[in-house]
Write a protein that binds this ligand. Structure first.
Ligand code: ADP
Ligand code: MG
Length: 384
């Protein structure tokens, strides 16, 4: 069957800006808040940016350039960000029920609030962030539709580290987790076949060798999120010892078998399959690796190698998204470089085309982060 058209949305990537509050650490260092947010409203950034005379970082040229970036962000949110969920994420969950694939990407430097915003730091049953909220909406929608539709939900949770796909829900890995090593409990099992990204003849991307968990309740899905979050590899950098250098991707696949009303009630000649509509769509919720450049994290040796690979994924993602966002290029059928990284390859069938993408650019309001904040805004601006 031909895929549904994208429902009249002409903009294929929506960029939302999320500004977290100053955190205790930053206050203790005497940081100043250099970003102003008018919560949940389309914002004229050219105005608020004038207020950055409170910013103590040397913005010089970047300051001037950035004016053109700031004011163009239509969706800007502070905390709490329920408005962001309503405006940017809830429509993707609705779309899932109509058969549209979707991707939510949290982008930003380490410490900017990606994990907090996505909810991939899920622990101690603390249900905060986009993923738990998506789960809430998903299960309540299913509840209202289940009399006419059969649902099948699957979850996978993987991370991409050094251009390798790792399974965060692998039962063997989960059992051997050991958080005392400071690396998030990740144990690489020798001899375990690596996960392969494959493309079927009709363009569907699949992950061969990763665990897919079938879930039917909120609690079951929450357990997947929590277990995967725990086994996610993290390593310390001098920016934030909880930072992660990997991309974490939590994927929800929704299959539906909808019973259609028979055209002629009681017509026994119609076989069942003619009275049913099958839809399958997936939602990727991505907590991207920190966007800061290697030099800022004091990386060397092994760590530096990881940094280089992470940049490869983020670089490819930026190129893919900017190719998708350029309508002229799209019409000319310009090549979209999905194959340049594992990240973009994996997201290929859920970025562009008929799928919906939201990038949440996460920034810290602290003046000491102004340089990375500008980098984030520039990256996000390419996507917009
Ligand atoms: P990242 O995943 O981008 O490295 P985190 O999500 O770990 O960043 O956030 C860094 C710190 O900021 C954490 O201590 C987190 O609790 C805090 N934080 C992030 N977002 C918020 C928010 N919206 N409100 C309050 N604290 C936040
Ligand atoms: Mg994080």
């Amino acid at each position: 069957p031909s895929p549904p058209s994208n429902g009249g949305e002409n903009c294929c990537v929506k960029v939302a800006l999320h500004v977290r509050p100053l955190i205790a650490d930053e206050r203790a260092q005497g940081c100043k808040d250099c970003v102003t947010v008018v919560s949940g409203k389309p914002q004229d950034w050219s105005k608020s940016f004038n207020q950055c005379h409170t910013c103590h970082a040397d913005l010089s040229q970047a300051h001037v350039q950035s004016c053109t970036f700031y004011w163009q962000f239509k969706w800007t949110f502070g905390t709490p960000s329920s408005a962001m969920f309503e405006e940017c994420i809830a429509p993707l969950v609705d779309g899932l029920f109509q058969g549209y694939n979707a991707t939510v990407l949290a982008y930003g430097q380490t410490g900017s609030g990606k994990t907090y915003t996505m909810g991939t730091g899920f622990k101690d049953g603390c249900q905060m962030g986009i993923i738990p909220e998506v789960m809430n909406v998903l299960f309540s929608k299913i509840e209202t539709l289940k009399h006419q539709t059969e649902f099948q939900l699957n979850v996978s949770f993987i991370e991409i580290l050094k251009e390798e796909v790792q399974d965060l829900l692998d039962p063997a890995t989960l059992n051997k987790s050991d958080t005392a090593n400071g690396h998030g409990g990740k144990v690489n099992l020798p001899g375990k076949p690596s996960i392969q990204i494959r493309e079927t003849s009709n363009g569907v991307i699949t992950l061969a060798g990763s665990t897919e968990v079938s879930v039917s309740t909120f609690k079951e899905m929450a357990t997947c999120l929590e277990q995967g979050s725990l086994s996610r590899a993290t390593g310390s950098t001098n920016m934030n010892n909880q930072s992660s250098r990997s991309h974490a991707i939590f994927t929800i696949t929704l299959e539906q078998m909808r019973k259609l009303n028979p055209v002629f009630p009681g017509d026994s000649n119609l076989n069942d399959s003619m009275n049913e509509e099958y839809l399958c769509a997936k939602l990727h919720l991505v907590d991207l690796a920190g966007s800061e450049r290697a030099k800022r994290t004091g990386s060397d040796g092994m760590r530096f190698k990881e940094g280089v690979h992470i940049n490869k994924g983020l670089l490819a993602l930026g190129n893919v998204i900017s190719a998708l966002g350029d309508e002229k290029k799209r019409k000319e059928g310009v090549h979209v470089p999905y194959r340049d990284s594992k990240l973009t390859r994996l997201l290929q069938d859920s970025l562009g085309g008929n799928s919906r993408t939201v990038m949440i650019a996460c920034i810290s309001p602290a003046d000491i982060n102004a340089e990375e904040t500008l980098n984030t805004l520039k990256y996000a601006n390419r996507a917009r």
